[in-house]
Design a protein around this ligand. Structure first.
Ligand SMILES: [Zn+2]
Ligand SMILES: [Zn+2]
Length: 133
């Protein structure tokens, strides 16, 4: 038996809850995109003829200096500047927090630490950042 397509990239498991969304690519449109199947056109603009959509996407790509809509690689997105850092603010913790609503503290540490300690962790994190910048 020959090996089938070898070298599949290992995927981190449990990423199912991670949803990415993009705004509608139509110029000036503020609606949220309707998913990759519609190439992120919103409900209104997904009805545009495919040729028109292609033109819009091509223009967008040109404007972004070649950055395409398919965001595969993580890392710098020149449009947004710095991305929100969702890492848990507790020093040395590699977990992801659920964002600002949770004070950027991971579930584990939200359970373990008091509100005060969480605040302290955030302060420390901020101080460390300020130093690095
Ligand atoms: Zn739209
Ligand atoms: Zn943590």
């Amino acid at each position: 038996m020959l090996a089938k397509t070898a070298g599949g990239r290992p995927r981190p498991s449990g990423g199912a809850g991670k949803k990415r969304s993009f705004p509608c690519p139509y110029p000036g449109c503020r609606n949220p995109g309707n998913g990759p199947r519609f190439r992120w056109f919103c409900k209104t603009h997904m009805k545009l003829p495919v040729r028109e959509q292609n033109r819009i996407l091509a223009e967008r790509v040109a404007k972004n200096g070649g950055a395409s809509l398919t965001v595969r690689k993580r890392g710098a997105s020149p449009m947004k500047g710095r991305k929100l850092d969702l890492h848990c603010r507790v020093e040395g913790c590699k977990n992801m927090s659920r964002g600002p609503r949770f004070g950027f503290i991971c579930d584990e540490h939200r359970k373990k630490l008091s509100a005060k300690e969480q605040q302290a962790a955030r302060d420390k994190w901020k101080a460390a950042r300020a130093k690095a910048a």
